[in-house]
Design a protein around this ligand. Structure first.
Ligand code: CAA
Length: 285
């Protein structure tokens, strides 16, 4: 889908903050050195995702990709009630079948960028993560949820199906039978069940979710960005190929970490009983 924002050329000399100020539906903030947060910011409609929101998310990801200071990315929604309550139903109501395909493809392309980023991406889910919201969380590397979170793929109740990856990512995460049940019934899954099913990594009391997310993120900023990027790429690629090929890929990636400087630093620090510190990855052009 051609959109003005998606085609916008960013001036690299501007700061990330100045550019982030131009977004209406997304807040981008640096919380701590190396830790950035994208917040979907449409609280009046429980952060529902319309086209402009996806465009801004794409523009935001452009900024993240070009900023080598980013070591970990958190993704959350504004307010206490919802992470994201899905794609914007008022926007979708007027779409033709062709426009719906374009919207789905654009959403899928946008969400796939989270797994393509070189840095770890952590979803912090307070409240509702429904439809496109559940799909947004599923496209992040880890999901931390509050004890008040609620997940569902309720598209069937609108006589449609998940359009931002839920039918596929849920199956990969939970297996076909359970994913089919959740997509066909559209039923709500509370945090305790989500944890049992393996849909989320951890659950925290609502008032300590942000702190827990920040702690996890800060810990990751001390790891080698080179190793993290290699782990992320290898594990995402390996998930969808036969095991023998995935193991070959693992050996190649293992070798790549030996070719980098970070492992030298880390192994020497172990032998010296000291703390290693690592530089950011080079900026991408
Ligand atoms: N799209 C547009 N607006 C939405 C929305 C959505 N997905 N979810 C909530 N809103 C709006 C409501 O219309 C309401 O607006 P008004 O104040 O102007 O009436 C406002 O947000 C607050 O919502 P409610 O009054 O409904 O709040 P509630 O506490 O009674 O219910 C809820 C909360 C259970 C989340 C309910 O809003 C709801 O069921 N929302 C829709 C959830 C849904 O079906 N999501 C899937 C969308 S389809 C999809 O995502 C497809 C895809 O994969 C791409």
């Amino acid at each position: 889908m051609q959109t003005p924002l998606a085609n916008k050329e960013f001036d690299h000399t501007n700061t990330i903050n100045a550019l982030a100020d131009t977004f209406e539906n997304i807040r981008l903030a640096c919380l701590e050195t190396g830790v950035y947060q994208i917040c979907i910011n449409r609280p009046k409609v429980l952060n529902a995702l319309n086209l402009q929101c996806l465009e801004e998310l794409n523009a935001c990801l452009d900024l993240i990709e070009r900023n080598s200071d980013v070591r970990v990315l958190l993704v959350t929604g504004a307010g206490e009630k919802a992470f994201v309550a899905g794609a914007d139903i008022a926007y979708m109501k007027q779409l033709s079948a062709q426009e719906a395909e374009d919207f789905s493809a654009y959403g899928n392309q946008t969400f796939s960028r989270f797994s393509q980023l070189k840095v770890p991406v952590i979803a912090l889910v307070k409240g509702y993560a429904l439809g496109g919201g559940c799909e947004l969380a599923l496209s992040c590397d880890f999901i931390l949820a509050s004890d008040k979170a609620c997940f569902a793929q309720p598209e069937v109740n609108l006589a449609i199906l998940p359009g931002f990856g839920g039918s596929q990512r849920l199956t990969r995460r939970l297996g076909l039978s359970l994913a089919l049940e959740l997509v066909m019934t559209g039923r709500n899954i509370k945090s305790d069940e989500a944890l049992k099913l393996g849909l989320v990594n951890h659950v925290y009391p609502a008032d300590s979710l942000n702190e827990a997310g920040l702690e996890l993120a800060k810990g990751l900023t001390h790891k080698s960005p080179y190793a993290l990027a290699a782990i992320k790429q290898l594990m995402h690629q390996g998930e969808n190929i036969p095991l023998d090929q995935a193991l070959k890929l693992e050996s190649q990636s293992f070798a790549l970490t030996f070719a980098g400087n970070d492992r030298e630093v880390a192994m020497q620090a172990f032998l010296d009983k000291s703390q290693a510190s690592f530089r950011s990855l080079q900026k991408t052009s």
